[in-house]
Design a protein around this ligand. Structure first.
Ligand SMILES: [Zn+2]
Length: 262
């Protein structure tokens, strides 16, 4: 499921292929991905315009054009971008296609895509995204500590909430809490200043390791690396990794490194 590092990879991909390129037309093999607009509406708004530099906030990708409309993309469960310079190789999972003067940028998704929206102006984006916290890549320690301290629920649930901090998903959060040695069900409001600092530092480390690769790495010394193996062991201490549903999501943690009560 695309999280901040994946969407950062999509941003780079979009910039490499589509930035500065002119839109010839838009097709939507799956019109259901279009939210609040139609393929005709999107095509009319974008026709003849050039894409400017794309931006990311959390898991959102914003693709502004040179003078006005902005396409907002959310990749949902399994969305991704594809490029074809000669228009060949269409795939049945292609949901939305931007036909540019140099080739086709395709939004593809095996499962349901989050969606594509059209904002007439930058100022309309907040209505589309709903409340978003600061981006996880740049959130300061004070911001994060303040946001977590106000929360009633568990720390994993808080970190997954895009209105608290934008970008983390299931893998980033599990990895962050494992590095910070904090149990995922700990009440967010009960965290000590040291634990909050560790969470902020760990989140930074996880993103610094993951963003350049455009995904959360499955390295041997990452918790993600043992996520789906039989009999997973903590890469740090060797204890058997625990697995259960926390905050409604399949969660992994080390019972030795992340005791339930600090
Ligand atoms: Zn451990």
């Amino acid at each position: 499921m695309p999280e901040l590092p994946d969407v950062e990879g999509f941003r780079r991909f979009f910039a490499r292929h589509a930035q500065g390129r002119r839109v010839i037309r838009v097709t939507a093999p799956d019109p259901q991905v279009l939210r609040g607009t139609s393929v005709q509406g999107l095509g009319r708004a974008l026709h003849g315009r050039r894409f400017a530099a794309p931006r990311r906030h959390g898991k959102w990708l914003f693709a502004p054009t040179d003078d006005g409309p902005v396409v907002a993309l959310h990749f949902g469960m399994s969305g991704r971008l594809e490029w074809s310079s000669d228009g060949s190789g269409r795939h049945r999972h292609d949901r939305l296609v931007f036909v540019l003067d140099t080739g086709e940028l395709r939004v593809s998704s095996m499962r349901k895509l989050g969606g594509a929206w059209l904002a007439r102006h930058e100022r309309d984006l907040a209505d589309i995204t709903g409340p978003l916290g600061p981006d996880a890549k740049t959130a300061t320690r004070e911001q994060l500590a303040g946001l977590l301290a106000e929360r009633r629920g568990g720390v994993k649930s808080a970190l997954m909430d895009q209105a608290v901090v934008a970008g983390p998903g299931n893998l980033v959060v599990d990895e962050t809490l494992w590095r910070a040695r904090v149990h995922p069900a700990r009440p967010a409001a009960s965290l000590s200043a040291d634990e909050l600092a560790a969470i902020h530092r760990s989140l930074r480390e996880v993103l610094e390791g993951a963003v350049p690769r455009g995904r959360v790495p499955r390295d041997d010394d990452w918790l993600t690396g043992v996520r789906d193996v039989a009999d997973p062991r903590c890469p740090r201490c060797g204890a058997a990794v625990r697995s259960d549903t926390v905050a409604g999501r399949s969660t992994r943690w080390c019972p030795d490194c992340q005791p339930e009560t600090a």
